[in-house]
Design a protein around this ligand. Structure first.
Ligand code: SGN
Ligand code: CA
Length: 527
């Protein structure tokens, strides 16, 4: 294959022009759907992946309340993030911009510049009451909210601390998913100015590592055997960056911290961290917790599992813990829906449920996220629609978390000019099928070297193909045909017969990097 022969094709140029007109917000500034401005309830969870929501995937667990949202509205089947990590995703969502534009590229080195424009600030200026409860993870304090309470950093599942507006930290007794919901409902009922429209952001820590379930749900799923992904024992052939990661269920899951096999005579790298979390429990919580795990721990060490038996035992425990944490989340989403219903707010409120990114549930043998591969590039996105938005069922257009801000602004009728890079989804919610919808998405991940050791990469995905470039201390390209190889096991970059599609995808990538003005770009044509 002669790389210099790649042609910057007319097709790709035309596609880029379409993406540009969409990205500059050509549909902006239409009025909202009715006379009264719509309320927005935005529920964002952490690391909740579509494989663990029954409205997307029925193999593993039931999530009846999440399914209610999808049933009364829409399910996006091609919903993605721009940078699959918590802080970066939150910054993209708030600003409507890719990471290089909002400045928050990774969790470890960045502090969010809270002075920059965000959708809550625009809504507030337009007369909305704005509030935020839960995980924030942007290092600087929130701006643009009439009311907020956040957890420090990742937050704690048990008896967590909250940072309140005075800057003080207050410990609250209970389980975090319940508490975030309690605070949100209390604001809706007792604190907001009911004469104004509102935008409420409910940001859960769940289902983040290390998947500590509410004691009330510990017994769930213990009899269930979860189906093992077919590529659980992936050997990463032809994918050097995938081989280099440290997020393997087999190798990197900590027996104590992740899998709770704690015993005084056992040690592990993350045992101290585990104790810093479970030591927050009060004596009643701890007694229930210890009583549940004691027989599992004894059985585990007595069996002395090895090889695939040990690997699959780890996978089953991981799946069970994650599923138990989802149970609290689903119940609490149900509480919010019930409140809105009982108070006559559903007809006039858009309810959004999404996550800061997707997650691996053993696919490629992994937990965690970060890669541009499908499971973590995707994020679930379902919306319960108010009166006047008639679309129901699946929306298949490619959407990204930079689109949420433009959507909320258009819904609120905000016409103030802004330089957001996302596109309003409102036409899709109204049942329109814009023919200039974007035909490709851009992705860029930066956090390396860091935990889990996923190398820096950027890439482009269209409806069929995905091209990824891993860079920094590596220079490797990967190309996937998602139609032929949906689990991305076969990197066809450089394979015979792929020259023209590689050229087309390179051209799309170049267009995207120009369109979004990313200062980190590959040199084209490749030397
Ligand atoms: C923590 C976790 C990681 C996880 C990051 C980022 N380690 O550092 O496993 O990838 O958060 O997650 S832990 O030992 O502290 O649990 S993110 O969703 O917040 O970006
Ligand atoms: Ca996350």
């Amino acid at each position: 294959m002669t790389r210099k022969a790649f042609i910057y094709s007319a097709v790709a140029v035309a596609a880029a022009a379409g993406a540009l007109s969409a990205a500059t917000g050509c549909q902006k500034a239409k009025a909202s759907t009715g006379d009264q401005p719509l309320n927005i309830v935005y529920i964002m969870t952490d690391d909740h992946t579509a494989q663990m929501m029954s409205c997307y995937d029925t193999r593993h667990i039931n999530t009846p309340n999440l399914d209610r949202i999808a049933a009364d509205g829409v399910r996006f089947t091609n919903s993605f993030v721009a940078n699959s990590l918590s802080g970066p995703s939150r910054a993209c969502m708030l600003t409507g911009k890719h990471s290089h534009k909002n400045g928050f590229t990774d969790n470890t080195t960045c502090v969010f510049d809270g002075d920059q424009p965000t959708f809550p600030k625009y809504l507030q200026r337009a007369g909305y009451q704005t509030a935020l409860f839960g995980k924030w993870h942007l290092e600087s304090l929130p701006q643009g909210f009439d009311r907020w309470e956040i957890v420090p950093g990742q937050g704690d599942y048990y008896n967590p601390d909250f940072i309140v507006e005075s800057g003080d930290t207050v410990q609250v007794h209970g389980y975090l998913t319940d508490l975030i919901t309690d605070k949100s409902l209390d604001w809706l009922e007792n604190e907001r100015d009911k004469s104004k429209p509102f935008c409420l952001l409910i940001h859960h820590k769940a289902i983040h590592r290390n998947w500590l379930a509410d004691t009330a749900h510990l017994a769930l799923y213990e009899d269930k055997t979860f189906e093992l992904p077919e590529n659980f024992y992936d050997d990463y052939q032809g994918r050097e960056a995938a081989r280099a990661q440290e997020m393997s269920v087999i190798k990197d899951m900590d027996l104590i911290y992740d899998l709770k096999m704690d015993r005084p005579d056992k040690d592990s790298a993350l045992k101290a961290r585990y104790h810093s979390y479970i030591d927050r429990m009060d004596s009643a919580q701890r007694a229930t917790y210890d009583a549940f795990y004691a027989p599992i721990i004894e059985d585990f060490y007595a069996r002395d599992l090895k090889g695939r038996e040990l690997a699959e035992w780890k996978y089953q425990r991981y799946m069970r813990d994650y599923a138990k944490v989802v149970k609290s989340l689903d119940d609490n989403v149900g509480r919010v829906l019930d409140y809105l219903d009982e108070h006559g707010l559903l007809d006039n409120t858009l309810v959004v449920y999404t996550s800061d990114q997707g997650f691996y549930m053993g696919e490629h043998g992994w937990f965690d996220k970060r890669f541009m591969y499908e499971e973590s590039f995707h994020t679930p996105l379902i919306m319960r629609l108010p009166k006047g938005m008639d679309r129901r069922g699946d929306i298949d257009q490619m959407v990204q978390n930079i689109d949420y801000g433009p959507t909320f602004l258009e819904i609120a009728g905000v016409t103030e000019p802004n330089d957001m890079q996302g596109v309003s989804l409102l036409p899709l919610l109204k049942g329109e099928n814009p023919d200039n919808w974007r035909d490709a998405l851009y992705y860029h991940f930066y956090e390396y070297p860091a935990e889990h050791m996923v190398k820096r990469h950027y890439g482009v995905r269209d409806g069929r193909y995905k091209l990824i470039h891993f860079y920094n201390d590596i220079d490797k390209w990967e190309l996937y045909d998602l139609q032929e190889d949906p689990t991305e096991m076969n990197n066809i970059y450089g394979a015979e017969g792929t020259d023209s599609i590689t050229g087309l995808m390179m051209a799309k990538l170049k267009d995207m990097q120009e369109l979004y003005d990313d200062p980190i770009r590959f040199t084209y044509p490749i030397k």
